[in-house]
Design a protein around this ligand. Sequence first.
Ligand code: SN0
Length: 314
Amino acid sequence: MENFFSVNDVEDVQELLKKAMEVKKNPLANATLGKHKTLGLIFYNSSLRTRISSQKAAFNLGMDVITLNIGSDGWQLESKDGAIMDQGTAEHIKEAAAVISTYVDVLGIRCFAGLEDRETDYNEEVLQNFIKHATVPIVNLESSTLHPLQSLADLVTIETHKKKDRPKVVLTWAPHPRALPQAVSNSFAEWMKKADVELVITNPEGYDLAPQFTEGVTVEHDQKKAFEGADFVYAKNWSSYDSYGQILSANPSWTIDADKMAVTNDAKFMHCLPVRRNVVVADEVIDSENSVVIEQAGNRVVSIQTVLQEFLKK
Ligand code: SN0
C-alpha cells in the first residue's frame, strides 16, 4: 500500500479487516513499531474523532504527532497547477507537501468538499496534489469525496456485531439543516461492496449518490421497505449529487425513529458522528441498547492504527 486514499489502495480488504480485529483485541502489541517516527496531521476543517483517534493510535505505536490546522495556523495553500498566485494563497502544495515530507514519516490530510463545483470536488485536487508531491505515504482523513478511515472503522463495527454471515446493511439518508458532503456515504458504499454484506441504500429521489459508488447496489427510495429485515441501519445525511451540493428537502419523515427500527431484524444503529439529535435520529434510537455509535467512534483508533502499522512495517 503506497497511500491510503481510497479502498482501491487496499490489496485485500478481508486481510486488512483481520489485522484491524487484532489491533482491536490487542492495541499495544506493536508499542515500539513507530519509535522515532512522526505522524503529521493537516486539517483544513474541524475534527473531533479524527484528530484524537489519530493521535491515540500513533501513541499506541510509539509515534510522535505534529498537527497543523491549515485553516487557522498555516499559509493558505494553492492546489491549482500553473496558478498565478497573486490572490489569497501564499504557498503551493508542491512546496508544502515536499517540505512537510522532510519532517514526518506519514502524513494525514483532511480537506472537505467545497460543495460548489462538482468537478472540482470529484477531481480531489488537494489530496491528489499531496499524493503527487509528498515523498511519504498520505492518509485520507476525509477528502472531498471519500472518508475511508471511517469506513474501515464501520467494517470493524459490523464484524464485531454481526449475527449472521451475510448481514443486511442499510445506508439511509436522513435530514439535516446544512448541506453536507457525500464523502462518508461514498466510502461506505465502496467498502461495503468489498465486504461480505448485503448492502441496500435508501434515499429520497434527487439524492442518489454518484453512480461510480452505487453501481451494483440496490437503491430503494421507500425507506420503510429498505429497513425490513435489516441487521444494521447506518444513518447519514448528504447533499444532492445531481443538483450538486443542494438541500432539496429537509423532509422530517426520513428521521430515524423507533417505529422505523421496529421493522428491522433488531438492527444495530450506526452513525459516524457528529450527529444532529432529533433531526437525523430520534433520541429513543440513538440512546437505545441497539445504538453502537460510541463503539463505532472508538473503532476509529483501530482503523487509523491498522493503516499506520501497514506503513511502518514496510
Ligand atoms: C462531516 C460530513 O462529511 O458529513 C463529517 C463527518 C465525519 N459532517 C459535518 O460536517 C457535520 C456538521 C454539522 O453541522 O452537523
